[in-house]
Design a binder for this molecule. Structure first.
Ligand code: ARG
Length: 587
């Protein structure tokens, strides 16, 4: 059951081939929604250029060749050569009937199921997950859910920061306070506080200068990094403990958010440790890496600094340590060679654009990455506070992510208490979680992922506008109609009733679900799905205002409208599910 745009594209391409020759079959018919009809075909102007004829003549030739009889009224030629198309209502109704019978709700099967690696979330061990991580987590999770619904094989990779220089100081601090101490407990509740305490000790020791026997905290921390990286068993054991405590913290956040990441998706920086030396050796052997100011560097083509000097990507620091870039090169190789990725999406903050672009280019030059793999940085913009600055701190103290999520749920509790004081306590608690978390996620998702936005709980929780609660309420309303219908013994018809304008407009919206989802999978832009669901919910409201369901006298119409409402419910729920947002039973 092709959606209108796809069916129209097909018909017009056949017409191009018939009117102008086979070589024109692939021309884009440029089918767009129209203000004057349902759609317009804007191809005549471009084809006229190619054919050296007048656009209006081309439009007429297309019109003569196109076979739309079963599908649309005869198109009208407008302006320089636009073809305005009004679909036949009986065609729309027939498509809606097919949609209602389709378990996949019109989601197209992929031409080829691809292996898509999605790198997202990636918080750092023993550090607070900040709202930036929240956004990469939420957007990434919406993408993996969507790609799976589209039939792709998704490989989640949580590239957590679990390696590197800070671990010397963190391990020393954990040894000092003791694994079972209250301070160590912070790792599970407020890891940033743990990190800050270690940092403070380190800085104080640095300020004082090293002790003669190097027994001071800073010297011990530095020595600890070396023992860790040399693979010392005792040090690794305590490092493992540190990482485990942090993992529990991540999972508490993931559970609260209902994010699909689990332990099996962890592929932290430490997991590439053994590959780092090989990365450097191979790049040196290829003549791509050379020593510059003591450090081993790659100079990927096309990246220059202010003075037009080539920018280095440091892969081994002076003194021998490997860094973030080396790890990313090893990770990229692993994803291409071992995970056999067709596509890789890096859902990471915009600020890391240069880093990733240089890593991609270096990997291309090394031949590790070819055009066969579609690699993309899904850039994530910042979340800002009311002061317009990146949301990091509130009233001086550090902003804990869990506290923020709890605040959202508490505020949502206020919303549901007011809306439905009659619901049982435990149900209101559940709905408050669905609304609160849904609102925070939806705010991340409904803005295009690379733009900044201001964190504003009141706006996120509003029952009007393009918000989670608006969509959740739309679902709850349809479900309530469904319950009433059942109580009255009214059953939905198999075929939705699509006759009047509002029914027709709603049906047309419903037919777009599959194509929109496919578009999100191809562009990695969940905000397109949000915009779609919002207009679908609006079309439902317009339909329900114009066309009574249970109050309708005609039994057949009543059942047909109920079917249309049910179909809307399914699409809304499925769409919200692709975003990772729950739809309450009642609200
Ligand atoms: N841990 C990093 C951070 O907090 C993000 C890692 C993203 N993934 C990657 N492959 N570099 O900034």
């Amino acid at each position: 059951m092709p959606a209108p745009e796809i069916a129209l594209t097909d018909r017009f391409q056949s017409a191009f081939a018939a009117a102008f020759g086979e070589e024109y079959r692939d021309a884009d018919p440029i089918i767009r929604p129209s203000q004057f009809a349902d759609f317009q075909c804007n191809a005549a102007m471009g084809l006229a250029k190619r054919l050296g004829r007048k656009p209006r003549d081309i439009a007429q030739a297309i019109l003569d060749a196109v076979d739309l009889e079963d599908m649309a009224e005869t198109p009208e030629i407008a302006g320089p050569g636009f073809l305005n198309i009004r679909l036949r209502t009986d065609w729309v109704a027939a498509q809606a009937a097919e949609l209602a019978a389709d378990a996949r709700l019109g989601i197209p099967a992929p031409a080829r199921a691809e292996r898509v690696v999605v790198d997202y979330s990636a918080p750092n061990v023993a550090k607070e997950m900040h709202v930036g991580h929240l956004r990469t987590t939420v957007v990434g999770d919406a993408l993996v859910r969507t790609l799976e619904k589209l039939g792709h094989t998704v490989i989640r990779q949580n590239h957590i920061g679990d390696w590197g220089t800070p671990f010397g100081m963190l391990i020393e601090h954990l040894l000092e306070v003791g694994e079972d101490s209250a301070e160590a407990g912070l790792l599970e509740t407020d890891p940033n506080a743990f990190y800050q305490a270690a940092r403070a000790k380190f800085d104080a020791a640095e300020a004082e200068g090293p002790a003669a026997d190097e027994s001071d905290f800073a010297s011990r921390a530095r020595a600890r990094v070396r023992t860790l990286q040399s693979g010392d068993g005792d040090t690794l054991a305590i490092w493992t403990r540190l990482v485990d405590l942090s993992k529990q913290y991540f999972h508490r956040i993931y559970d609260m958010l209902d994010v699909t990441l689990t332990d099996e998706h962890l592929a932290g920086e430490s997991s590439y440790n053994a590959a780092l030396e090989i990365v450097c050796k191979d790049l040196e052997a290829d003549g791509l890496a050379r020593i510059s100011d003591g450090a081993l560097c790659v100079f990927p083509e096309g990246f220059t600094g202010r003075d037009e000097k080539p920018l280095p990507l440091i892969i081994r620091k002076t003194g021998g340590g490997y860094g973030y870039a080396t790890t990313d090169l090893a990770a990229l190789r692993h994803r291409v060679d071992d995970l056999r990725a067709d596509r890789i999406a890096y859902v990471i903050g915009t600020s890391q654009e240069l880093h990733l672009a240089m890593v991609f280019e270096a990997a291309r030059e090394a031949g590790w990455l070819t055009d066969a793999v579609d690699v993309r940085h899904v850039k994530i913009g910042s979340v800002l506070g009311e002061d317009g600055k990146i949301l990091r701190t509130r009233s001086g103290a550090s902003l804990r992510l869990m506290a923020l999520l709890e605040e959202a749920v508490t505020s949502a509790r206020g919303v549901i208490d007011e809306l439905r004081p009659d619901l049982p306590e435990d149900e209101r608690a559940q709905v408050a979680w669905q609304i609160g978390i849904g609102s925070v996620k939806y705010a991340d998702l409904s803005t295009s992922h690379d733009t900044d936005y201001t964190f504003d709980l009141d706006r996120m929780l509003a029952l009007t506008g393009n918000t989670a609660p608006y969509l959740q309420y739309a679902v709850a309303r349809i479900r309530s109609i469904g319950r009433k219908a059942q109580a009255q013994g009214v059953h939905p018809a198999e075929v939705p009733h699509v006759v009047n304008d509002a029914e027709r407009a709603l049906a047309l919206q419903l037919l777009d679900f599959g194509p929109v989802l496919a578009q999100v999978g191809a562009t990695y832009e969940p905000h397109r799905l949000c915009a779609y669901l919002f207009s679908l919910a609006q079309a439902f409201t317009a339909f329900y205002d114009a066309s009574p369901i249970l109050k309708e006298d005609d039994e057949e119409v009543r059942a047909g409208r109920l079917a249309l409402a049910r179909l809307t419910e399914s699409v809304l729920v499925e769409g919200l599910d692709a975003l990772g947002v729950h739809a309450p039973q009642q609200m």
